[in-house]
Design a protein around this ligand. Sequence first.
Ligand code: ADP
Length: 241
Amino acid sequence: LSIALNNMIDRLREAFDQNRRFLADASHELRTPLAALRGEMESVVEQARALPEWRDRVGSALEEVDRLAKIVETLFAISRLDAGEAQQVWTQFDLARLASSTAEQMSLLAEDKGVKVSCQVPAEVKVEGDRARIKQVVVNLLDNAIKYTPRGGAVSLHVQARGGKAMMEVVDTGIGIPSGALPHVFERFFRVDKARSREAGGAGLGLAIVKSICAAHGGKVEVESVEGKGSQFRVELPLAS
Ligand code: ADP
């Protein structure tokens, strides 16, 4: 039995490594042709100045290329984070200050949507890591909370040190997530309602990269949600020593 189990674990590990290598190779290989395509199309737009119909058509194809390029970049970043290869700029910083300044920047976007953003950060909470990546975690979680909360709702952000950990919570009074979908929201390309979230610009990679960034920092992210009532995303990171 133990030999069979060991063989199975080896096969699983191999499949997992293959899967990871495939993602890394595919995203890496796709970057160059996409950049070339974008360059070509930009020059067509330039030359087609006199032909408005052509300019519009190539312009909208260019938007799709940009969208594809963003997806490829995110996949590439996820594969590098998961392989522990991302070149991170490791520093010590105050998560509370990062969270409150990000919330302030994003509250303008929320105001346009009629959603109120508040932020409670009672004291300094020092963590260690790549500040730009952790900012991306805050941005992605706030962006979702604002995106999936209807007009008149509220989003709140809390940061505190608790039990030797840095805890950040993003709570919204939005549409919530159906319980059947909850275990999948951190998977790549998962969207509860494909049509609606594509309209809002999402490819279903925002939470996948949040999970990879948290894991690369020795932390984790969890979600609780009640459909129709709202969601709560909780990020836990080690405090700086
Ligand atoms: P997307 O770019 O589509 O928003 P994400 O990976 O960020 O992709 O999120 C995955 C899915 O989880 C979303 O499509 C949405 O259905 C759901 N989701 C994420 N955050 C929230 C939230 N705060 N409230 C309700 N649904 C959410």
